[in-house]
Every structure is written in structure tokens, then in C-alpha cells.
Write a protein that binds this ligand. Structure first.
Ligand code: FNR
Length: 170
């Protein structure tokens, strides 16, 4: 079972990167195979039809599409902005949906978020699930959200819950 972890924030001190790291630690303990993609892997211009026509899908987005296609599961760990999806993740889904092969179709996708707010980013994940439904991904029923997120609250997340979260779709 190979899991591809993708973070939705490029901020140096990203709390979502920290949650992703915690999930990876749990994955390591439970010997899931996994691959990590740095959020920098999502670096691409905002989708633009003229850009696509002139230059095709950017290399980074082609590579991302390949990594998604090769993974058994994808874990997206995304911040919430204004109660919705991280623009980095939305843009990556838009671009990769333009790559031949419908890489998201049937893909098992697990959604996680960390936020300093009390709702933990769950509203953004709910929107993200709708978008992924449009590209025919299968999204797992359990979200892993960390409200009031900081180093301590992320470390305190229940390990059994996180491994159940990661096992979804097995
Ligand atoms: C936020 N943040 C935020 N948090 C939240 O729980 N719900 C929200 O609707 C929003 N909206 C929002 C909009 C914008 C434009 C920014 C910049 C931020 C706060 C956000 O969760 C916080 O900045 C996180 O630290 C961002 O994630 P990373 O970069 O730390 O992973």
C-alpha cells in the first residue's frame, strides 16, 4: 500500500506541514509504504487556458499527476482559507485534471487539516471533498482535523485514531 502525502501550504512554519509530519510518523510505525511530496511540488502558475494551449501542463504538475497515478492512496493535508480550500491544492487539482489519464478517477484520497481556529479546517475539507468528487476520486469518510493547532496539540492527537484514518480504503 503506497501512500502519497501532499501538503497544501508552502509556508516555512506551516502547521499543516507539521500535521503531515505527524501522519508520516504514524505511517512509518505501521510500516505503510509511502512517498512524500514537498508542498513545493505544487508550485505552478494559476491555471490559465492560454498558458495550457501555448506551453501545455507545467512539468511540476505532470510529475504530480504521475505520482498521484502511481499511489494507492493520497493524503492531502491542507489549510483552510476563508472557510474553503487552499488555493495551492485547488490549482494542483485543476492542472492535474488536464493531464491525460484521469489520474484522480477512483483514487483513494484521505483529507487532513490543521488550523489555529476551533474548527480545525473541516469546512475547507468539506469543499475539497466536493472538488475531488468532480474528478471522480474516492474520498475517505473520516477527516483528520487538528483544531487549535500548534506543536503540542498536533503531538497530542490520538495515535490509534491517526492509524485508523490512514487505514481507510485498505
Ligand atoms: C486563514 N486562516 C483560517 N483558518 C481557519 O480555520 N479558517 C479560515 O477560514 C481561515 N481563513 C484564512 C484566510 C487566509 C487568507 C489566511 C492567510 C489564513 C488561518 C490559517 O488556518 C492559518 O494561517 C494556518 O496557519 C495556515 O496553515 P499553514 O500555512 O500554517 O499550514
Amino acid at each position: 500500500m503506497s501512500i502519497l502525502f501532499i501538503g497544501g501550504s508552502r509556508r516555512k512554519e506551516s502547521i499543516n506541514a507539521k500535521l503531515k509530519h505527524r501522519l508520516v510518523q504514524v505511517a512509518e510505525k505501521h510500516t505503510f509504504d509511502f512517498e512524500l511530496l514537498d508542498a513545493d511540488a505544487l508550485d505552478a502558475p494559476i491555471y490559465h487556458g492560454d498558458h495550457e494551449q501555448a506551453e501545455g501542463v507545467p512539468k511540476a504538475m505532470q510529475q504530480l499527476a504521475k505520482a498521484v497515478a502511481a499511489a494507492d492512496k493520497v493524503v492531502l493535508v491542507s489549510p483552510e482559507y476563508n472557510a474553503s480550500v487552499s488555493p495551492l491544492i485547488k490549482n494542483a487539482i485543476d492542472w492535474t485534471s488536464r493531464v491525460d489519464g484521469q489520474v484522480w478517477k477512483g483514487k483513494k484520497v484521505l483529507l487532513a487539516a490543521a488550523s489555529p481556529g476551533g474548527l480545525g479546517g473541516i469546512r475547507g475539507l468539506s469543499h475539497l471533498r466536493d472538488i475531488l468528487g468532480n474528478v471522480q476520486a474516492w474520498t475517505a469518510p473520516l477527516f483528520a482535523c487538528c483544531p487549535n493547532a500548534n506543536d503540542e496539540t498536533i503531538a497530542a492527537m490520538d495515535e490509534d485514531f491517526l492509524s485508523t484514518f490512514l487505514s481507510q480504503g485498505d
